[in-house]
Design a protein around this ligand. Structure first.
Ligand code: FES
Ligand code: FES
Length: 182
């Protein structure tokens, strides 16, 4: 297909075509769960791919790769994001949190404990995404209502649980986290 760029000269004053001068790979540092990971990544690589393949943190899952399912949800500077919709290079300089950063040693985060207590998972494929989504909203909005929790959770997909136990788990974690904050 003709891109319309073939045979075009560099802009006046430019000695090299801009496409030729673009590096194939970029050296970036990703701060994940408080630790720096130095990686070399092509500009086209998604954040979730680099987190999993280059940083070895495979707790973040890949489902649809289209921003629909939420399996790849991570927290980026206090905001839950779909890591399949971002390039890794865009995350440089930001603080990334993944499911591996939730527990404190052997002590599970209240949201993890609540998923166990309320049977909020079956196969577990969607679980890291739900955990990060829930933690983010409960930290930002500790007094969130039960109805608002429903709205938030509607953004992620689970093929197994029928959602009821996920909802129960998040409501229980919300209560637990509020207790811990007082
Ligand atoms: Fe990112 Fe589905 S894998 S939203
Ligand atoms: Fe299997 Fe949610 S527990 S997809």
């Amino acid at each position: 297909m003709d891109s319309g760029l073939a045979g075009k000269s560099p802009r006046p004053g430019m000695t090299t075509n801009v496409w030729q001068s673009m590096p194939d790979k970029f050296d970036i540092t990703l701060n994940i769960n408080g630790r720096d990971y130095a990686v070399r990544a092509e500009a086209r690589r998604t954040l979730v791919d680099v987190i999993r393949d280059d940083c070895g943190l495979t707790g973040t899952h890949i489902g649809c790769e289209h921003g629909i399912c939420g399996a790849c949800t991570v927290i980026l500077d206090d905001e839950a994001v779909r890591a399949c919709l971002m390039f890794a290079v865009q995350a440089q300089g930001k603080k990334i949190r993944t499911v591996e950063g939730l527990a404190n040693g052997d002590t599970l985060h209240p949201i993890q404990q609540a998923f166990i207590d309320h049977h909020g998972l079956q196969c577990g494929f969607c679980t890291p995404g739900f955990l990060m989504l829930a933690v983010n909203v409960l930290e930002r909005q500790p007094d969130i209502s039960d109805e608002e929790i429903l709205d938030v959770l509607a953004s992620n997909l689970c093929r197994c649980t029928g959602y009821q136990n996920i909802i129960k788990a998040v409501r229980a974690a919300a209560a637990e986290m509020r207790k811990g904050a007082t």
